[in-house]
Design a protein around this ligand. Structure first.
Ligand code: SF4
Ligand code: SF4
Length: 313
């Protein structure tokens, strides 16, 4: 039966470092190394929450202004602009909620300029609020730079990030040089995933992404991850692999858990959860989850059942 109680505020944990709203897993591209498909392809056709529900749910968020700075809500996907109510969501969220956007720029730039106040996507941070992912195998560099220039000139806070994939390193470094000459902030990201049978990336926990043995552990996260249907997941692995959620954004009773939760899927973690990275203050050494080990390996997954799908998009 539907819970008819008023939604009420949803406080985030004191150590919450990241809030992600995955508006949709739909995407106009099929990058071979898409991290959403590290283990298998996420369901791109599941129910997505309509704009008014996203606005109602995200408006519950409380305690976003923390000692280390404001935690923004990052709209992402897939390509978040493919959500039919993309602009309504941006314009409908209360101004106290700061918005970041991860995008491949697959939207009409002029429509963004016409419909969104650049201040809505701007905050005091050491990196841009609109973070463009440039994927050379799918995107045209000149078009990407042109669109970025248009948004910069309109007053948006925008920069480009690109993965240093082993097969694309030379092109990506040249693209960075060109962007810098043109005055565009272009940063590099470590490639995470398998390439020619080798796992790339720096991870805090050994074998976490091996896709081989699984172990029982306890795990706690510093992130609030909300899937396209409004379900809340304890980690990216659970989100992409359609595991049972830990709550729903529109459940009045949902509260962010601060403690450790048991997990038997260690070994199939998504790189996003266990990579060593910078936090939102650009301090290096942060990892999204903390893991406690409980026992020895409990299962040997059959390797031929585990598609090494990182190199498929
Ligand atoms: S990595 Fe490529 S396929 Fe995956 S969400 Fe980004 S643009 Fe889409
Ligand atoms: S151990 Fe890995 S799969 Fe399990 S909850 Fe933590 S990040 Fe997710």
């Amino acid at each position: 039966m539907e819970d008819s109680r008023p939604l009420g505020p949803l406080p985030i944990n004191r150590d919450c470092n990241y809030i992600a709203a995955f508006l949709t897993f739909a995407c106009c591209y099929r990058c071979s190394y898409c991290i959403n498909s590290f283990e298998s392809r996420p369901n791109r056709s599941g129910r997505i929450m309509p704009g008014p529900e996203w606005i109602a749910g995200l408006s519950r968020l409380k305690d976003l202004d923390q000692a280390a700075g404001t935690v923004p809500v990052t709209l992402q996907g897939g390509e978040p602009s493919l959500h039919p109510d993309f602009y309504e969501i941006i314009n409908g969220l209360p101004p106290r909620i700061r918005i970041d956007l991860l995008t491949n720029l697959g939207f009409d730039v002029q429509e963004m300029i016409d419909r969104v106040d650049p201040q809505r996507l701007r905050r005091d941070a050491p990196y841009a609020s609109i973070r463009v992912s440039y994927h050379p195998e799918q995107m045209d560099l000149t078009e990407t730079l042109d669109k970025t220039h248009q948004l910069l000139e309109a007053g948006f806070s925008i920069g480009i990030w690109s993965v240093l994939h082993p097969d694309q390193e030379e092109h990506v470094r040249a693209a960075q040089e060109r962007a810098r000459r043109e005055g565009i902030d272009f940063r590099l990201k470590e490639f995470l995933g398998f390439h020619r049978g080798k796992l790339h990336g720096h991870y805090r926990y050994p074998q976490a992404c091996s896709l081989k043995e699984t172990r029982r552990v306890e795990c706690r996260t510093t992130e609030l991850l909300i899937g396209p249907g409004g379900d809340i997941y304890r980690c990216h692995h659970d989100l992409y692999e359609n595991m049972p959620p830990v709550g729903h954004l529109l459940d009045p009773a949902y509260r962010m858990r601060a403690g450790f939760l048991p997990c038997a899927a260690y070994g199939r973690c998504n790189p996003c959860d266990v990579k060593i990275k910078t936090n939102r203050l650009q301090q290096f050494g942060h990892t999204s989850v903390e893991i406690r080990f409980l026992d020895e390996p409990v299962g040997q997954a059959a390797c031929d059942e585990l598609p090494i799908a990182a190199n498929r998009g």
